[in-house]
Design a protein around this ligand. Sequence first.
Ligand code: LMR
Length: 330
Amino acid sequence: MKMRTLLAVVMVLAFAGTALAEPIVIKFSHVVAVDTPKGQAAEYFKKLAEERTKGAVKVEVYPNSQLYKDKEEVEALQLGSVQMLAPSLAKFGPLGVKEFELFDLPFIFDGYEQLHKVTEGPVGKKLLAKLEPKGLLGLAYWDNGFKVMSANKEIRTPEQMKGLKVRIQSSKILDAQMRQLKSIPQVLAFSEVYQALQTGVVDGTENPPSNLYTQKMHEVQKYVATTNHGYLGYAVIVNKKFWEGLPADIRVTLEGAMAEATTYANDIAKRKNEEDLAAVKASGKSEILELSAEERAAWKKALVPVHEKMASRVGKDLIAEVHEVTGFQK
Ligand code: LMR
């Protein structure tokens, strides 16, 4: 009898201990809308992580710059205020890992297939490893897509960009790209773009259709040109100390969830951008300038010199390596 009582007490205590154990919280901050490739993949990761750790991990996703704007995000991760981010690859340049600005070079990839040769190959791995001395671990690359150019005047040709004030993310390559077009680049946080366009602080911007549409930028831009002149994508990063301090079984489970969320992200990215471009068109708020192959070739011709001009910043050998891997053609 005594033995049974003791057993019962032990079981009750064990149960209470499990129930009371605080979950490990992963704050995942990002700047875009929920209904974007990144926003959807973050939600999917949350679902898998919470299900598979049976509640031992709680993922709190904060979209739309709710917690941090572009520049503050990475610093917050380094300080441990958040545990997971998926910043655009451009963000690592200002952090001192300039090689990532490779992804900003105009026309460096002709499409997702060429891009994946880099992100899923040795170059992609090599670049993620460069984040470790910054206290960060790169877990995965998540796609968004190829950028359209928008403005309040017709911009069918690269020459028509002359003199326009254009919002860019903070990136020396994007700055050089806009100067190559004789536009005036202006760095603004993502959360400020809509208002800057609406009030005329800037005349135009670039982003994949999913960002353009979900931020309603098309409502304050008269023309959207399908230049597909550059790529925008992300690296999912975590605070290295936090990640390595997780119980091994939890970390392995989370890595599995991340691998699946990555497949999901990269599966939906292309479709989402196509749908959102169609939605911009259907809205009738801005005119889509569908560029012919010849028209797009003119943009490429105008912008490819940026590869050489910025080679010393990104790394001449790295650019050559990527050209080789993708079979780049001028
Ligand atoms: C931008 O600032 O335009 C993008 O990096 C936003 C994002 O995260 O997609």
